[in-house]
Design a protein around this ligand. Sequence first.
Ligand SMILES: NC(=O)c1ccc[n+]([C@@H]2O[C@H](COP(=O)([O-])OP(=O)(O)OC[C@H]3O[C@@H](n4cnc5c(N)ncnc54)[C@H](OP(=O)(O)O)[C@@H]3O)[C@@H](O)[C@H]2O)c1
Length: 326
Amino acid sequence: MKAILIEKPGDESVLKLGDAPDPVPDPADLLIKVKYAALNRADLMQRQGFYPPPPGASPILGLECAGEVAAVGSAVSGWRVGDRVMALLPGGGYAERVAVDHGSAMHVPAALSDAEAAALPEVFLTAFLNLFMLAGVKAGDTVLIHGGGSGVGTASIQLLGLADVRSIVTAGSDAKCEQCLRFGADVAINYNSGPFAPKVRAATNDRGADIILDSIGGAYLAQNLEALANGGRLVLIGLMRGAKAELDLATVLRRHLRILGSTLRTRPAAEKAEIVSAFLDRFGDALEAGQLRPPIYKTIPLTEAAVGHRMMQASEHFGKIVLQVA
Ligand SMILES: NC(=O)c1ccc[n+]([C@@H]2O[C@H](COP(=O)([O-])OP(=O)(O)OC[C@H]3O[C@@H](n4cnc5c(N)ncnc54)[C@H](OP(=O)(O)O)[C@@H]3O)[C@@H](O)[C@H]2O)c1
């Protein structure tokens, strides 16, 4: 099959279309004929050699895709050849075919195009896992999301809106802040126009945010603690600006704060199946109704994956960049 291969870790130019062996599905797997795959920030890190796939996962890039079921494993029920499918992948999306545990797959609702479906699993399940399952967000809360215009950020804005949670986002320009507000964020803060923490406190009557979904890490730690309400939770999902920082433990103690961290990709298939199932229990109706819909910034051919990586690196996108595979 055709796939995007990495000759050796490096910049976008190492991404080349080539031939890869067809995946060999396990009895619990679906074999998917990929129509679209979406880019994620982690793909850029993997391309540079900083984020190796978990043991047993495909070395090919691609954490989510949509397409058609090409074969159903002997231990799988509820799926037929030809069904529309979208899936969370530990790797392998930038290819014509991929095999995945059926617990990581979801039926594509009629309301979504294949391109939209491909852009949904990784970012919506990340937002759902961290905000709803780990941080326990509830109606009436206020959540601060860093990178409001990112794939995960836009998914978070949609899920929180449906759950009656107030969302405050940060973004790197006034134009992106405007896009976040139009997309449903309640407050948007340009992080290039001064510290964000006082603005979060001002937007919450000095109470602070109940939860922060943080993909920035070290450089934001002190401000994140300042922006949290007493009893608040800092949920760490990325380290775009560093893995190290000094932590004032007295603040954590005195203000009853909690710091959580998680990754989705490295979880065993059974845990991913539980996350998918909990997501569908909570948001399945909204999904069917077309209320969950990733904004697609650009769709580009698989052969031009390098163009997509350059776009994402420059953070010019709002929402998702999608590769057309078939
Ligand atoms: N732990 C997990 O399981 C998990 C799963 C999925 C994603 N993630 C993480 O979640 C984050 C978002 O992923 P994504 O694929 O949705 O990313 P994305 O669409 O590429 O968006 C990331 C956004 O972050 C902002 N940004 C980039 N560099 C920044 C910096 N140095 N300081 C402040 N903001 C910066 C940019 O927006 P502006 O233009 O506004 O600056 C950019 O658009 C990544 O860190 C990713 O690794 C974690």
